[in-house]
Ligand binder design. Structure first.
Ligand SMILES: C[S@@+](CC[C@H](N)C(=O)[O-])C[C@H]1O[C@@H](n2cnc3c(N)ncnc32)[C@H](O)[C@@H]1O
Length: 183
């Protein structure tokens, strides 16, 4: 469901990015298995907290920052000004071309999406990935019910779990990080 943030929410996120950028967002960006030339999607990019670190890892590739919210996407454009390897899309996963991506990642997004919407979002992301493509997510561990739904949908959409771990993130608490490969 589309939700537009207030100015205060954007400001608080910017402060969190300033103080915890490396320990929270860069730690996730560094987990992505990238060589540097991939076409990568940040699904639900928000103000570009993770994208800021991922873009630096793609000297020969491209990062697509997609968000349903125009206000978050505008904030993302500000965070990432100066980078030339980024495409911004305001919209939904269903807009992505089939087989166009090597990697999709999603940071603290999927748990916020209703089950009925996830039933459309995860197949759309699977369709956009090439065979052998990678899907990485990090979600709060206390969202156990939603995590089970996500795991079921990943399996139903031909993803194989390659790696999974629980990590303690400053301020945010325990989170599940999983890496899947598309069959
Ligand atoms: C909690 S924020 C996380 C933002 C960013 N990934 C981060 O960790 O800083 C969730 C983001 O997902 C976006 N979002 C929620 N549902 C979405 C959907 N169906 N399609 C695209 N973006 C979505 C929201 O607009 C918001 O920017």
């Amino acid at each position: 469901m589309k939700y537009e943030p207030s100015r205060l929410e954007i400001l608080l996120t910017r402060l969190a990015f300033y103080f915890y950028g490396k320990s929270v967002y860069r730690s996730f960006a560094d987990r992505l298995p990238l060589k540097g030339g991939e076409r990568v999607l940040d699904f639900g990019c928000g103000m570009g907290t993770v994208a800021y670190y991922v873009a630096k890892r793609l000297p020969l590739g491209h990062l697509i920052c997609l968000d349903i919210s125009s206000r978050w996407l505008n904030a993302c454009r500000k965070t990432l000004r100066g980078f030339e390897n980024i495409v911004f899309i305001q919209g939904e996963a269903t807009m992505l071309a089939a087989g166009s991506l090597d990697t999709v990642y999603s940071h603290f997004v999927l748990h916020d999406i209703s089950e009925s919407e996830l039933e459309k979002v995860i197949p759309a992301l699977a369709r956009a990935l090439k065979v052998g493509g990678v899907f990485v997510f990090r979600e709060p561990l206390n969202e156990a019910e939603k995590i089970n739904i996500i795991k079921r949908l990943m399996k139903q959409n031909n993803f194989i779990l390659r790696d999974s771990r629980i990590t303690d993130i400053p301020v945010m608490g325990n989170a599940l990080e999983s890496i899947y490969i598309k069959k």
